[in-house]
Design a protein around this ligand. Sequence first.
Ligand code: FAD
Length: 317
Amino acid sequence: MKKQKLFKMSVLVYIQTLEGKATKAGLEVASFANKMNAGDVTALVAGSLSGDGELGSVGVSKVLHFSESATDNSQLSKLTHAAANSVNASTILFSGNIEGSSVAPRVAIAMNSGYVAGVTCLPEGKGFTRNVYSGKATALVNVNSEVCVISITPNSFGIKLDECESAVESFSAEIGSQRVVINGFTPTSTDGSVPLPEAERVVSAGRGLKGPENWGIVEDLASALGATTACSRPVGDMGWRPHHEHVGQTGVTIRPDLYIACGISGAIQHLAGVNQSKVIVVINTDPEAPFFKAADYGIVGDVFDVLPKITEAIKEL
Ligand code: FAD
């Protein structure tokens, strides 16, 4: 049966790669593009690419490969703009991670197009659904410009396998010289765990841990679960943990399958970054802690007793 397109258009999707392969966020946004415009998706990759970067597995029929590295927002937006013109793209998609959120609006301005950030599901007609008010409500945004740039909230759509032949073509464009290098532009983590924005399981801790010397119990649970560690803002501000682990309104927004909050009160600013997680588990000594209202599972207890027991139980499993 012929696959159906939701829109009659040409779709370009910008893909981040790591060691030559599309990142998880890249495969997710490519899956989204494929569901919008079945079988007619062009991906743009800058830097290292091995084969088709596994993009054929999610229905990308053509990959434009810019072999030089472009790590500056301004270079990446010029590159995407040039690629969008070359395939006459009417929709340009980015993952709404740190890089995508920085580059997408620049492309929208350069192309004088509509821009919708933080889209969470496939469009209805020309309307895109996005979360507003820290995920408490959704808005349907109609785009009436000819060209539209959108970014997809990471972990909102998932990876949808749809094997196809993917043709790789080299692509060149004049993007000028690099002006700024942003550390952490490529999604990496220092301890070899999955980078926080891409993690499916996250163990996060707050001031209830009392001090940085106690983080061993958090790391043990994270390692037993294959999870990434995160923290509340004061923990980052006090230097107990590195700033890139801080989640919330002013930190990283995440949407993992499992979020375990240990000794975190659940202030609105913290919840803003984590309340879209699929399953939330809260461990807190205070039964009145606001986090319990957002929890799927709650344990009223002391993290110093509870965490080692959970870790032991998971190891036994
Ligand atoms: P606390 O509020 O001190 O809570 C500690 C919790 O641990 C308490 O609930 C306590 O009952 C529990 N506890 C204590 N001992 C134990 C134990 N032994 N076992 C189990 N539980 C225990 N915060 C963020 O996290 N992210 C943000 O992005 C963010 N942005 C902000 C932006 C603005 C503009 C402002 C004003 C604030 C922001 N904050 C943010 C701060 C936020 O308001 C809270 O102050 C912060 O989240 C509290 O961190 P916490 O839960 O770790 O600490």
